[in-house]
Design a protein around this ligand. Structure first.
Ligand code: F6P
Length: 549
């Protein structure tokens, strides 16, 4: 494959950038009444308006050519077909098989994986219906009313964002909690408010060896045995989700209570697998299947829609445009929906663990920028926190705005005011305010001329700040599934264009290795001479204060 920066479309975009960089979106809208029709697309009720971007017909054409020259469609087909595209871990990438609702065979090493995917889905249905229906009870006959998921990274963030977002669909009286942090406070604070006899722990870990998860799982088990006085009762209160069946068994989980998934499911793509068990227990299997249906609908859209109308590909191309040509270092995610408050955290792992890479698939260092920093906050909170920098700061921050047309919780006119805020912000970011407009406003307010000339520069907004508006009718499990799959495919397309492997995460390993080594040095409680002076100094400080275990 030719190098990204040698592709004709890349070179054309480079020269096109110089034509584009001083153009203002205000003028583009003035000159083209069809801009919204041209630069918007739909899938089911999801509407992507990407017209408020710094692009012309020519930009869009070149970006679509870039996708073709990078063979995005070919890579997409390889992923869905189960080819080994995770080249540094020698694995296929098949989270799409987990939501393959058409049930077409998907082969890994000559074996159709669909029967085992469906078998685990059945196991999840059976188990969740027993728990939710009160047939599976705690060791002393109590109904289960608190689910505690113990996991980290992909074994936490995906199910967590879905459970939070889908709260209105939860079973009354059922609570779900997520423990991820090795900081003992996380588990302690949750255990304070639950009773062992009505609590079910899910130990969620693909590897079943992640330090944080295993330590939290053992602490939870100790608490459980200590408070109930019964080792035997553990079997009724601990289940596991993992691809390491032996380790889960050794932990003490009965084989029938282990929910399997496979090494071709990456951690950050695993919420569709048995890692979704907390979602199923909280919302019910029917809702989980609606989530899968929504993701499948987005998979079908991604697979069958031409590039020019393909939502994930368009989002990816625009991200590349700003990342690589405008040098934007970050990408904002503003969900104007309180239920989506954990979305940025999930997308941070999804995007940054996938595309935070410097080495190409051929093992060479890239000479262009790869994955952006993902960050965000719910609207309208974001407006009163950091939007000042978006409007008048020096850094370009392209951003997605996600907004449902209808609220789950209508309250007076609050939702329409929320919508007005979203519309106002995206328009203000695009239009800005010219000197003449700012001056007119000040004059109309009756301000004296000498004051006007002092204040005027502060009242001007450059505008020309790009946003994508992603609207949908309402947030339900199906739409949630579609939105999450949309972002997965966006990240995939960008990884293809940047010619990196989006599916490994070796960068996380270095810190893990060193933490194991340093924890041994710490436990000796002796001053250290083993490391750099900074690390030694910090270790000595912990020792001098007799740190707690
Ligand atoms: O943080 C690295 C990572 O490997 C993630 O990719 C993964 O989601 C997380 O750790 C948890 O891993 P596991 O599910 O094996 O405990």
């Amino acid at each position: 494959m030719s190098k990204l920066t040698d592709l004709p479309a890349w070179k054309a975009l480079q020269s096109h950038f110089f034509e584009m960089k001083d153009l203002h979106m205000r003028d583009m809208f003035d000159q083209d009444a069809a801009r919204f029709d041209k630069f918007s697309t739909r899938m089911d009720d999801i509407l992507l308006d990407f017209s408020k971007n710094r692009m012309t017909d020519e930009t869009f054409k070149l970006l679509c050519e870039l996708a073709r020259e990078s063979d995005v469609e070919g890579w997409r087909d390889q992923m869905f077909a189960g080819l080994e595209i995770n080249i540094s871990e020698y694995r296929p990438v098949l989270h799409t098989a987990l939501r393959n609702r058409g049930n077409k065979p998907v082969f890994v090493d000559g074996e159709d994986v669909m029967p085992k995917v469906n078998k685990v889905l059945q196991q999840m249905r059976y188990f969740s219906e027993r728990v939710r229906g009160g047939h599976w009870r705690g060791y002393s006959g109590h109904l289960i009313k608190d689910i505690i998921n113990i996991g980290i990274g992909g074994s936490d963030l995906g199910p967590h964002v879905v459970c939070d977002a889908m709260k209105p669909f939860a079973q009354r009286g059922m609570n779900v909690h997520f423990v991820s942090n090795i900081d003992p406070t996380h588990l302690t604070e949750i255990l304070k408010f639950v009773q062992p006899e009505s609590t079910l722990f899910i130990v969620s870990s693909k590897s079943f060896s992640t330090q944080e998860t295993m330590m939290n799982a053992h602490s939870a088990r100790d608490w459980f045995v200590h408070t109930t006085g019964s080792e035997k009762a553990v079997a009724k209160h601990f289940v596991a989700v993992t691809s390491n069946l032996n380790a889960a068994n050794e932990f003490g989980v009965l084989p029938e209570n282990i929910f399997e998934f496979w090494d071709w499911v990456g951690g950050r793509y695993s919420l569709w697998s048995a890692i979704g068990l907390p979602i199923v227990l909280y919302l019910g299997m029917d809702h989980f299947e609606e989530l899968l249906d929504g993701a499948y609908a987005m998979d079908e859209h991604f697979t069958n829609t031409p590039i020019e109308k393909n939502i994930p590909i368009i989002l990816a191309l625009l991200g590349v445009w700003y990342n690589n040509f405008f040098d934007a270092q970050s990408h904002g995610v503003m969900a104007y929906n309180q239920y989506l408050r954990r979305l940025p955290a999930h997308l941070q792992q999804l995007d940054m663990e996938s595309n935070g890479k410097t080495i190409t698939r051929q093992g060479e260092r890239v000479d262009y920028l790869t994955g952006p920093i993902i960050w965000g906050e719910t609207g309208s909170n974001c407006q009163h926190a950091f939007f000042q920098l978006l409007h008048q700061g020096t850094k370009p921050v392209p951003a997605d705005f996600l907004v449902p047309a209808k609220s789950k919780d209508p309250l007076g006119s609050q939702h329409s005011i929320l919508l007005a805020n979203f519309l106002a912000q995206t328009r203000a970011l695009m239009m800005g305010k010219t000197e003449a407009e700012a001056r007119k406003e000040l004059e109309e307010s009756g301000m004296a001329e000498d004051k006007i000339s002092e204040v005027l520069p502060h009242k001007i907004f450059e505008g020309n700040k790009p946003t994508n508006s992603i609207m949908f009718e309402k947030l339900d499990p199906r739409t949630m599934g579609s939105l999450l799959a949309m972002y997965e495919h966006k990240v995939f397309v960008q990884g293809v264009i940047w010619n990196i492997n989006s599916f490994d995460q070796w960068g996380v390993e270095l810190g893990k290795q060193l933490a194991d080594e340093i924890s041994e040095v710490l436990s000796s409680r002796e001053p250290s001479e083993d490391y750099d002076v900074s690390t030694n100094g910090l270790l000595d400080y912990c020792v001098s204060l007799k740190f707690s275990d």
